[in-house]
Write a protein that binds this ligand. Structure first.
Ligand code: SF4
Length: 111
């Protein structure tokens, strides 16, 4: 659970179990203010009205040649927090060049 700048709480790992109590993303460098700010900025791009812009930016970014023949990991913390967000990623992956591969770790097997 994270608190957005608006003050509302958001569960970024809806299917997390016991791991949420010991989550690596609550420790170490993840607690640095600059790291937290960067992650919050990324998260805010994936919610509500910002999501279409996130999809557009990621689709554009993945056209760059540096990703060709590479594996791109989705998320370094958090998970697919909504069906809309998951579907955006599916479209982003579909729009990427064929030699760009993706992987992620997720507990959202039911979305
Ligand atoms: S980031 Fe990973 S370890 Fe942390 S709560 Fe989410 S699923 Fe669990």
């Amino acid at each position: 659970m994270v608190t957005l700048p608006s003050g509302t709480s958001m569960n970024v790992c809806p299917s997390a179990g016991i791991c949420a109590q010991l989550c690596f993303a609550r420790q170490g460098t993840y607690r640095f203010s600059n790291v937290r700010a960067a992650h919050m900025g990324d998260l805010l791009l994936t919610v509500d009205d910002a999501l279409p812009r996130f999809e557009e930016m990621m689709s554009e970014e993945l056209q760059h040649r540096r990703y060709r023949g590479r594996f791109v990991r989705l998320h370094d913390a958090g998970d697919f927090h909504s069906r809309a967000y998951l579907k955006a990623w599916l479209r982003i992956m579909d729009s990427a060049p064929e030699d760009v591969s993706f992987y992620c770790y997720t507990k959202e097997v039911c979305l």
